[in-house]
Design a protein around this ligand. Sequence first.
Ligand code: PLP
Length: 482
Amino acid sequence: MTEFREKGLSKEEINHFLQAFKQQDVPWRDGRVFTYVYHAGDDVEEVAKLAYNAYLSENGIDVTAFPSLMEMENQIMGMTRWLLRGDENVCGSFTSGGTESLLLAAKTARDYARAKCPHITTPEIVMAETIHSSLFKACHYFNIKPVLVPAREDHRVYAEDMAQYISANTILLAASAPSYAYGVFDQIEEIGLLAQKQQLLFHVDACIGGFIGSLNRLNGLSQTNFDFSVPGVSSISMDLHKYGYTPKGASVLMYRDDTIRRFQYYVCNEWTGYTVVNPTMLSSKSGGPIAAAWAVMNYIGLDRYKAMAKETMLAVDALKKGITQIDDLRIIGSEQTSLICFTSDKINIYELADELKERKWITNLQFAHGHVPANIHLSVTYQHIHKVDAFLFDLEESVKMLSKRKISKLLDIAKRKTAEAMAGAMGTDMMAQLAPLLGVKDGQLPERMAIINQLLNDLPKNISKELLLKFISDLFSASHSK
Ligand SMILES: Cc1ncc(COP(=O)(O)O)c(C=O)c1O
């Protein structure tokens, strides 16, 4: 149990502790992590740190005190508006990430509907079932009903299908450009037409694909339209901290015009303190992410961004080709994007993720959904351009090894436990019963996660949700601190 220190540590000691803490984390610097981290090079990181540090303590709460932050934000809006082919009416806000952008897109639509369609008392967002979880979260937070439109065999959501789900309570249509899980663009142009016809707002979630998708268009590598050039699109979220390679805490939410954005703002002059005008969710916020985003975007510049995107897409093509050539693997979706998703009908995908991890590759395991089996996702970035051959070699070796190995007995046990849980045969404290079986000890997960992942995949969603919640909540406890 950690207690408050009477006397503070020295700078050197602090640094020592920080470096020691870092040893616990995935070593992302060598390009073997296919998720979470976007690294454009040490020189870019240096520029980001310089700007972040310079604005660490400045507070974005008040533009009259820190107009420089507003100026940098306006310049960022100018760049992103250009990238998304918006006209001079397109406006937006700098947010802390994709999640905040999507939370705000939903809140704006809700408040827009409150003003324009007061008869709607139970608002609904008609959204692609494959859209990012942040929009589900937004519905949960803001008491909006998510109405899910199924994707077709090709993992795309079609306007024709979406039309079937629109009701008198619909406040927003939402689709992805592209979806995180399968890297597929929904029918953005057709949904735009639908939105216009039905006079509905339409949000395009381009958090992961907006930046690189626009660069692909500029490089002549993509003809998929998803931005403000598409009539009917009323707002777009696009993260800078992904393919813009800025430090985390950077996304933009852009609107067709200010008549929509005004419903995003929150003003409070009813309380006893200073006047509050919050364009986004937070009040006090560090100027670091804005300054760093401004600095990185200006430092990298369009030419280098385009070159980086081109090289990244070459790596994507090579990876896809290599994966397709490996027997027993098949690619899911992943069209014209930097995201790759693959699965196997023969070998156990959870074991494959473990095997890759053992060879120091970190990938994203995605559970089965509808007709799509569990799969492995790679977000390919500039950091991976020289890792293609090494990854494919290890992938092929892992597949060969697993295809010879019999399915682990423990997986059978996990399956049996799942069946028991589903039949309601397990007590309420499932975690306690399952932990030793799964190799969880003192809140620590085992190195190999196949059994846990298989179980989480197979359990009914309400039960796996409870398990996940309990497990993570137990981890976050001051009593665990050393
Ligand atoms: C399509 C999409 N939308 C939203 C998000 C959420 O972004 P963040 O993790 O920055 O909150 C992500 C993250 O991967 C994403 O891929």
